[in-house]
Each structure stands twice: as structure tokens, then as C-alpha cells.
Design a protein around this ligand. Structure first.
Ligand SMILES: [Cu+2]
Ligand SMILES: [Zn+2]
Length: 192
């Protein structure tokens, strides 16, 4: 399968194509949704800490069964760290509260171990080794980046957030994961 790697700012012209189609049927397009998106779309963002220093990066790739998340981070003490897809594409440090809560269009509770869970933005913990390098690869089943009725990257974008503590996968609304320590914006037409 071909993969289209697109820096987020380059996707704006792509989004404009359906909007500019003069006689497009009503209700088929909107900002943040690409009706005829290619089968595989990828978006990459830097993960910056509260001081604006880049600690790592995350790439989200839309696959037929969902969205694959590949994230790497450097410089954290060995351990497990919660990482989630948050609902708003805004990373204002130092606390990154601007990123909102977990992406949750189905109005569920938090966590894979929660009987009423889980959020569409929940992910397994990022594991950092003794060499202070961390990596995560996970498939988020059913999630779409830019098309379908509930795309992750909607009009207000989305964000990848790393936390100071591990996710317990059950405590609503955020897995008891502590402070937000790194953030990266997923959005169209805005700097990542
Ligand atoms: Cu989070
Ligand atoms: Zn959650």
C-alpha cells in the first residue's frame, strides 16, 4: 500500500479541493474531513516539553483497520508514561491544559480495563528504558484521521500528550496519569 506522508500544513490545499468544487452536494464536506481521502494518510508532530524543548515525535498513520501510532521520546527516566490522543490541537505550556480531554466521540469512560471504557484516544503506556529512550507502536482500532463521521483531526485538530506517570487504564477521566509533560499538535493549516 502506498503511504502519503503529509506535513500537516501541506494538507490545507488538499482540504480546499472539495470546498472549492463549485457544485459539490451539500453536507458532504467540511473543514477537517476529506471525503475522498487516500487510503493511507500519515501526520507527524514533534513532542515538546513545557519549556518548548523537543523531546520526541509521534507519527499517526491511517490504516484500513484504524490509526497506527508510532511515538519516540528521549531523555525521560526509565519507566512507563501515559500517552493519549487529546481532543484539541492546542499545546500551550507549561501545563498543556489547552489540549482538552481525551478524544472521546463515543462518550465512553477512560481506560481499557474500565467496563464503561474506553476513549478513542486511549493508548498503551510509552515505555522508557535505562538508556532513557522510549518508544510506542500501537494500533487504535476503528479510529480515522481525516474521514468518516468522527475523524480525530477535526476542525479544532487534536494533540498527542505524554504524562508524568503511567496510565492505570481504568481511572476516569485520565488514568491517574499525572501532569502533562509533553505535547504535539495534530492539525491542518497550523504549525505543529
Ligand atoms: Cu493524556
Ligand atoms: Zn482516556
Amino acid at each position: 500500500m502506498r503511504t502519503y506522508y503529509l506535513r500537516t500544513q501541506f494538507l490545507l490545499p488538499l482540504l480546499m479541493i472539495p470546498l472549492l468544487a463549485a457544485c459539490a452536494p451539500k453536507g458532504t464536506t467540511s473543514m477537517g474531513r476529506v471525503k475522498d481521502a487516500p487510503p493511507s494518510v500519515a501526520v507527524t508532530t514533534d513532542l515538546a516539553n513545557g519549556s518548548g524543548e523537543i523531546m520526541g515525535s509521534a507519527t499517526l498513520t491511517q490504516e484500513p483497520d484504524g490509526v497506527r501510532v508510532n511515538a519516540t521520546i528521549l531523555g525521560l527516566p526509565a519507566g512507563s508514561y501515559a500517552i493519549h490522543l487529546h481532543a484539541v490541537g492546542k499545546c500551550e505550556g507549561p501545563d498543556f491544559k489547552t489540549a482538552g480531554g481525551h478524544f472521546n466521540p463515543m462518550m465512553k469512560q477512560h481506560g481499557s480495563l474500565n467496563p464503561a471504557g474506553e476513549h478513542a484516544g486511549d493508548l498503551p503506556n510509552l515505555v522508557v528504558g535505562a538508556d532513557r529512550r522510549g518508544a510506542l507502536t500501537a494500533l487504535r482500532p476503528g479510529l480515522r484521521l481525516v474521514d468518516g463521521p468522527m475523524p480525530l483531526i477535526d476542525a479544532d485538530g487534536a494533540a498527542v500528550v505524554v504524562h508524568a506517570a503511567p496510565d492505570d487504564y481504568k481511572t476516569d477521566p485520565a488514568g491517574n496519569a499525572g501532569a502533562r509533560i509533553a505535547c504535539g499538535v495534530l492539525a491542518f493549516g497550523k504549525p505543529a
